[in-house]
Every structure is written in structure tokens, then in C-alpha cells.
Design a protein around this ligand. Structure first.
Ligand SMILES: [Fe+2]
Length: 238
């Protein structure tokens, strides 16, 4: 995967959490070693799995819930959507507080002109179909294991008109929803599990103009990849 991403000459690589399986620091170290060739164009957010074990997720965004980065023409608002309950494996759902919503809105209001404005978080803000038996069972008994962010709808209302794209992970199947809000439409996109899919989602942008729908970057052989696009390109992996 890393070889392919390097060969593709993408401008940014965005990884939407669950970087580790059990939240151990040695798992995060292994990820950092693998992704070292992409270090200058790599952006991550923590997922629920990263909060287990050693709480490697805390190393991914130490003492911050919302952080802004400006890279390759993209104004990126990184959001930690995990909560203290994610220290337990069976409580994988996310958490965005009203303070987080205020911080996200303030961050987006400070975006410079002519940049693509992206909000990046792990958990899904929209309802999505359950993918596994344990998710279906938990929904049947009313356990929030597989549900969307409780404040997901509020999040989309707050970011509509302020950002061009919301990226999330968590779910293994890719999705792209266009959600209507009182402030306009929001594109909500999940790359899916890149390793299982054998492909990473890829999109091009120029200034605040985003080319949709996104394409797929195959993660197989790198032999035929030349990376000749003139527009900045970012790849999302989950
Ligand atoms: Fe997750």
C-alpha cells in the first residue's frame, strides 16, 4: 500500500483512524515506520481501536479534540471523535460534544479563501447499514455499538456551507452520501477498508473546487502508475 501511494505521487494521504488494532504503542510505531516515506504528506485521526491497550490514540492527537492543518491547498480540520468509553472494546461508538461542535465551527470560520475545506473524523455522522452480525445484534438490543454519532446531524448542520467535504472511517464499506441541511448540502465520504478493498479512494481538487465523484487508486502493482495529474490529489484510507 505504501509503495503504491508513494509511486502515485499523491499530494496528501489521509487516514481516518483505527490505525492500530488494539491501541498498543508498538502497533502505532509499526504504522509510523511503514508510512515513513509518506510522513511529509500524511494526516491521521484516532479511531476507537486506537483507544484500547496503551491508548495510542492519545499520541495521535495529544490533548486536542480539534486541530487545523494547512497542507497542499487543503484546510484540514482534524477531529477526534473518540470518547473515554472507547477504552472498552464493546463500546466502539463515537462522541462529539457541544464544545467539539463549537471548536469545529470556529476552525472552519477561520479557513483562508481558495482552499478546500475538509473535516476529517473517524466515526460516521450519518446512519449507515450494519455490516456485521455483532453490529446487527447490538442494534436489535438497543446498544449504541453500531450507531452513528449522536450529534452527527448537528455536526452536519454546523459544517454545511462552511466546508466542502466531511471524511470519516469506522465502517469497512465505502460510502458517499450527499446530505441536505438547512444550510445546504454536505458531501460525507467514507473510503472503506482500503486493505480489504485493495484500493484507496482518491480525489482531485483545485482551490476550493473538488472533483466528484472520487476515483479509486488500486493498491496492487505500482508498475502502471505515473501520477501525472496537474491538480493536487489526496487519498483517503480507513
Ligand atoms: Fe472504528
Amino acid at each position: 500500500m505504501v509503495r503504491r501511494l508513494v509511486a502515485s505521487k499523491v499530494d496528501q494521504v489521509l487516514v481516518t483512524g483505527d490505525i492500530t488494532h488494539r491501541g498498543y504503542r508498538h502497533e502505532f510505531d509499526a504504522f509510523r515506520n511503514l508510512f515513513e516515506p509518506l510522513r511529509d504528506r500524511l494526516t491521521i485521526v484516532p479511531g476507537n481501536h486506537d483507544r484500547l491497550g496503551d491508548d495510542a490514540g492519545n499520541d495521535m492527537m495529544p490533548n486536542e479534540r480539534v486541530r487545523v492543518e494547512l497542507n497542499a491547498g487543503m484546510y484540514l480540520v482534524r477531529v477526534d471523535s473518540t470518547g473515554p468509553h472507547n477504552r472498552f472494546l464493546l463500546a466502539s461508538h463515537g462522541q462529539i460534544t457541544s464544545e467539539d461542535l463549537d471548536a469545529i465551527e470556529s476552525a472552519l470560520d477561520a479557513a483562508p479563501p481558495h482552499h478546500l475545506r475538509v473535516v476529517m473524523l473517524h466515526h460516521h455522522p450519518v446512519p449507515l447499514p450494519e455490516e456485521q452480525l455483532c453490529e446487527r445484534l447490538s442494534t436489535m438490543i438497543g446498544w449504541p455499538y453500531a450507531t452513528e454519532l449522536q450529534t452527527g446531524r448537528h455536526l452536519l448542520e454546523r459544517v454545511a456551507g462552511r466546508c466542502d467535504l466531511v471524511l470519516h472511517g469506522h465502517r469497512h464499506r465505502p460510502s458517499h452520501r450527499v446530505v441536505g441541511t438547512t444550510r445546504g448540502r454536505v458531501h460525507v465520504l467514507n473510503a472503506g477498508d482500503s486493505l480489504t478493498l485493495g484500493a484507496a479512494r482518491q480525489f482531485s481538487y483545485r482551490g476550493e473546487e473538488l472533483s466528484l465523484p472520487p476515483s479509486w487508486l488500486p493498491l496492487g502493482s505500482a508498475r502502471d502508475q505515473r501520477g501525472s495529474s496537474a491538480s493536487p490529489r489526496a487519498t483517503v484510507a480507513a
